[in-house]
Design a protein around this ligand. Structure first.
Ligand SMILES: Cc1cc2nc3c(=O)[nH]c(=O)nc-3n(C[C@H](O)[C@H](O)[C@H](O)COP(=O)(O)OP(=O)(O)OC[C@H]3O[C@@H](n4cnc5c(N)ncnc54)[C@H](O)[C@@H]3O)c2cc1C
Length: 385
């Protein structure tokens, strides 16, 4: 079906981002494969993305941004990185634009905006969001990282893990307990910066997929951070997290649908070419039915996600709508990449085929951003259950 979500300005943005991906990420020299082996995207790629206008598009012009408060631009970046088969790069950039930036835009003081927004737009300051700890993930209110007030500083102690952009990050929005006697109301958000004494990084964690993405443990030991690094109000951190999560979950859902569409496109090319028993494998009824189902489910998901994007733009995307999109689209992604890999036969297991990487990259989307079980809890509770 024809999509009605975009205008000419979005189409132009999409085509320049495609050019950027081809030139700076895919390259002629197989550089993305190098990044997958190295486990990290070079920092200068963020700076190049910034120079191209692909970071912090929503930031007001006086801080160097385009002042484009329009999630459709973010959506295009997520879609195109999936289409190009460079999801590990896509995760780092969508985390920066879709997930971290809204906290800076909503809760920074004027002084903080001046300090941080220009670097976020240029790519000199790479961002991360640290909530998960070795002992807790879903049950955020049970976190144990503490920030104790000492004059005009906080003293932070604790460990965060599985942090996306964890090695590259310069600014880490960190969820801490400023009042350990409280659960949700004891949580605050503090920005911890590269180079602060007491801030160390563990190793770049070895994952089954998303290899080009640096995911790390962060350790804070007697880290003294000035109070002016607090984001918003003390004790309001959980409320801020909850109000930003719908956009985070929609971002994950939208990339999941784009990943499914990409898998379908690669597989259609493959099954038209590959022959068995004297005919293209796509012409077997089993293949046709499989791909008909994939196409149908993907189109249905696309329609729902596009509707959610409109709702977000109108300020009416509810937490349960975003949770529905996140769990359903990521499970769809998992089913689709699995079926598409199967249609590639043995070649589907070879990393030189994009479907192989898409398969391993997909598994985590059902886990991060809140597990799909937690998404169903949110939907269930919204019905008063
Ligand atoms: C590659 C990767 C990148 C990540 N990036 C980040 C990041 O940038 N920042 C960050 O803060 N975190 C990040 N995470 C962490 C991620 O968000 C958590 O792993 C996730 O929220 C689940 O938490 P957990 O791993 O502690 O699992 P647990 O909370 O221990 O859950 C284990 C299982 O129990 C189930 N479960 C838990 N509670 C319930 C319940 N109430 N009802 C039903 N089932 C339940 C879960 O659904 C899951 O199946 C990342 C993780 C990965 C793998």
């Amino acid at each position: 079906m024809r999509r009605t979500l975009f205008d000419d300005v979005h189409d132009d943005f999409r085509s320049s981002f495609r050019t950027f991906l081809q030139r700076e990420v895919i390259g002629e020299d197989g550089r993305y494969g190098e990044w997958e082996r190295a486990g990290i995207v070079p920092r200068e790629t963020f700076a190049r993305a910034g120079a191209g206008g692909f970071l912090g598009m929503e930031v007001p012009e006086r801080y160097g941004g385009a002042g484009a408060a329009d999630f459709r631009f973010n959506l295009i970046i997520g879609e195109e990185t999936q289409r190009a088969g460079v999801g590990g790069f896509g995760l780092g950039i969508t985390l920066h634009n879709d997930i971290c930036l809204p906290y800076f835009l909503s809760y920074c003081t004027e002084a903080q905006r001046g300090r941080w927004l220009p670097g976020i737009v240029s790519g000199e300051l790479i961002t991360a969001l640290a909530m998960t700890e070795p002992g807790i993930g879903s049950d955020l209110a049970a976190m144990s990282t503490k920030a104790q007030r000492d004059g005009d500083h906080y003293v932070v102690n604790g460990t965060k893990t599985f942090i996306t952009n964890g090695i590259n990050a310069d600014l880490v929005i960190t969820a801490v307990k400023t009042d350990p006697s409280e659960r949700h109301r004891g949580i605050s958000l503090i920005v911890l910066e590269r180079g602060m004494e007491g801030f160390s990084r563990g190793r770049n964690l070895e994952k089954i997929g998303q290899h080009a993405q640096d995911t790390a443990e962060l350790v804070f030991s007697e880290l003294r951070v000035p109070c002016e690094n607090l984001l918003g109000e003390e004790g309001e951190g959980f409320r801020y997290l909850v109000s930003n999560l719908p956009q985070e979950r929609l971002s994950i859902a939208a990339s999941a649908v784009a990943a499914a569409e990409a898998a379908l496109a690669w597989t259609l090319d493959y099954v038209r070419e590959r022959r068995a028993f004297g005919q293209p494998i796509g012409s077997f009824q089993g293949s046709r039915f499989a791909l008909a189902e994939v196409r149908t489910e993907t189109e249905v998901a696309r329609a729902f996600v596009d509707r959610c994007v409109q709702a977000l733009g109108g300020g009416e995307l509810s937490p349960e709508d975003a949770a529905m999109a996140k769990w359903w689209c990521t499970e769809l992604q998992g089913r689709v990449v699995d079926r598409c890999l199967q249609l590639h036969g043995g070649y589907g297991y070879m990393l030189e085929y994009p479907i192989a990487r898409a398969f391993v990259d997909a598994r985590v989307t059902r886990i991060y951003g809140g597990t799909n079980e937690i998404m169903k809890e949110i939907v269930g509770r919204s019905m008063g259950l």
